[in-house]
Design a binder for this molecule. Sequence first.
Ligand code: AMP
Length: 633
Amino acid sequence: MTNPFQLLGISDDVVNAVKELGFETPTPIQEQSIPVLLEGTNDFVGLAQTGTGKTAAFGLPLLELIDFKVNKPQALILCPTRELCLQIANDLKNFSKNIANAHVVAVYGGANIMQQLREIRQGVQIVVATPGRMLDIIGRKAIDFSNVKYVVLDEADEMLNMGFQDDINDILSTTPDEQKTWLFSATMPAEVRRIAKKYMHEPVELTMGTKNTGNVNIEHEYYIVRARDKYAALKRIVDFNPEIFAVVFCKTKLDTQDVAEHLIKDGYNADALHGDLSQQQRDKVMQRFRERNMQLLIATDVAARGIDVNNVTHVINYSLPDEIESYTHRSGRTGRAGKTGISICIINSKELGKIRQLERIIGKQFTKAELPTGFDVCEKQLFSLVHKVHNVEVNNEQIDQYIPRIMDEFADLTKEDVIKRFASLEFNRFLDYYSKAPDLNAAVGDDRGERGERGERRGRGSEGYTRLFINLGSVDEFTRGDMLSFICNNGKIAGKSVGKIDLKGVFSFFEVEDDVADKVFEGFKSVEFNGRQVRIEKSGDGGRDGGERRGGGERRSGGFGGERRGGGGGGFRGGDRRSSGGSGRREGGSREGGNAGGGFRDFSGRSRDEKGGSGRREGGSREGGSGERRKKW
Ligand code: AMP
């Protein structure tokens, strides 16, 4: 039987490569664009959401059109973020793996430019680049674009949104006038239209679905809560979905960090992704998320752009984005590659108007959902546990030797008793936590207590807490999340016992519950960090509060040596933490001991050398928007 990609005009070498990737039939966008692009004579505008198979839609025709005998850049693909750049380059390398002499290079900020220049010098036909680094390389006269025949502008709306318009103009001024330009965009604001007009001649236009229509595989829901209940609502949504694998969007870096830290403290497997992290830190967070060693990725819009992680079950808008257009990009992180997904907005009743606006723009109705009651959550978790027990893989070889003793232990119990007790083991924790859980659903117009959900959560006063000094701080590359894990690991205490963490340059302060303070002192008695004794003192003992420079002479650079020694009973990573889901993550639950084991973050091998540099611009420092032209609410 002829392969459907072959029928579209793709050659055997490429068909075999995509077959290996599991592409059996073309996606709608591939079906429509491949024949058009294969002609190689048209400019092209494709209005398509992320996750629809766009990369192959332009990548496969490119591979057919390029002359791989010639070792010169013939195609340039521009995209907004480093993550997307790597993704596209990687896809193209996979698609072209059976083509002799095919060379693809990824050019992006935040990485060693010398290596990229070397690859370019060795000869490439396809350059995938983020605009900032591309301009840098052009400025060094290190690339010759005179043979470029095809330029692809991927996620054009995002590139413009990030302020790359001038960079794009400058780059395109170095490519031949006769080149064909293929533009892909999820939305078509006026600025994208203008670019299309400027660089294209009667482009063929294809729209996948109706204009601005959200992905059909995504359902949109909203929950109305009082602002102060937002965090509790987030937790409840997560608890009600034990298998959730989600991206949670916040508006600012601060909120992102704050929500992530609270989730970590409350025992969830979460981490933050935002532009204040070094590139290396961001890569690590993304790697953990990709490998599903983390369940909740808390991200800003900019940091999450271009993230291509399959099987994300939910996108949660913890706060609605500033620009309406961003909603499409956020929700496009789920429902990818034909899968279904849910995009959730947690709003207060004043924001209902924004939901109506979104409905008009994406042409889909949002469902008003009710937050589950505590009882609903308990029930859901219980049956998730039951399901897990039923399906668990039994290692007979290992377990058989213990069975007689286990049977002995249970000899006085009926089968029903055993089941009841077993289920209660986890279920009780949920019951404890949720037995008095309030109804979090707010009625429209119910804005009581809007003053400050964050204040409430943060307002964990210092009463009952002991404030401690530690001779480590942000110069040691600790984030507050790192510090939390470090304290829990070494002090052998649960995250819930730690109060405010005040990260300074060369030292920090943190609060712990009064009754665990001695334990923390004990735990830190002989802890070394990078060959240096870690010191903990009661704040005020030496007047530390005032003196940032105290201990400054002890600094040395980077690296986390062996501070994880002993591991502190740690490490949810790589284990079944994700699937253990909500169970045991309750405040007050005995599972907190596991939390104290920490190990949420891989401390090893961190370096600072990737901070700064032009690359930060691509994925990071434009965060927060730079007076953009996008439509506000
Ligand atoms: P993209 O929109 O290019 O980021 O693609 C989204 C996801 O769909 C990626 O994980 C691709 O590997 C996958 N994909 C693209 N085309 C196909 C296809 N024809 N069949 C199956 N999966 C595909």
